[in-house]
Design a protein around this ligand. Structure first.
Ligand code: SME
Length: 167
């Protein structure tokens, strides 16, 4: 079986994300469980986007991000807000696109194969509830189109899932 980071997506980025959004809508239809939807989202991304070695989610609990469902090697479980690429995306409340992780001060290396990274916050009513984190073994893997596409997936996932009381 081909490793997921060796798969090739067909078409340009816009087509790929249109298809991803269509499939995510189908998966979330009639299901609002947060963990189930997060698990399917991480797998959907991993198997549709080419050139990834990690795809997953972290959820904000207090002042820490805690590892959620993912595809890839086992990863660091807790990341403080403001630390690493993930914690920076939550602190800023906006996506962080890192073409070269070795040039990002404070990058947390979970898989030494990672060379570039895209982290998109899960936003609800302006507050960050967690992140979607994508890693690639290729420098410069992620474009503006990837950022916009994953932001659209994040909005869909947040709206389609039930969050703990008060969120
Ligand atoms: N690189 C991330 C940590 C999570 S792993 O990549 C899965 C960071 O710097 O926040």
């Amino acid at each position: 079986m081909t490793a997921f980071h060796e798969r090739r997506a067909e078409g340009d980025a816009q087509d790929v994300y249109e298809e991803l959004l269509r499939q995510a809508k189908g998966l979330f239809e009639g299901e609002r469980d947060l963990i189930a939807n997060a698990a399917n989202l991480s797998a959907l991304i991993a198997f549709h986007l080419e050139g990834l070695n990690w795809s997953g989610l972290y959820f904000l609990k207090g002042r820490e991000l805690v590892l959620g469902p993912f595809q890839g090697k086992p990863a660091c479980v807790r990341i403080a807000v403001g630390k690493g690429v993930c914690g920076t995306a939550v602190a800023k409340g906006e996506s962080v696109l890192v073409p070269d992780v070795h040039a990002f001060p404070g990058h947390i290396a979970c898989d030494s194969a990672s060379e570039s990274e895209l982290v998109v916050p899960l936003l609800k009513n302006g507050a960050a509830l967690g992140v979607i984190d994508l890693d690639s073994p290729r420098k410069g893997r992620f474009s503006e189109a990837d950022q916009q596409g994953v932001e659209a997936l994040a909005r869909l996932f947040v709206d389609a899932s039930d969050w703990p009381e008060g969120r």
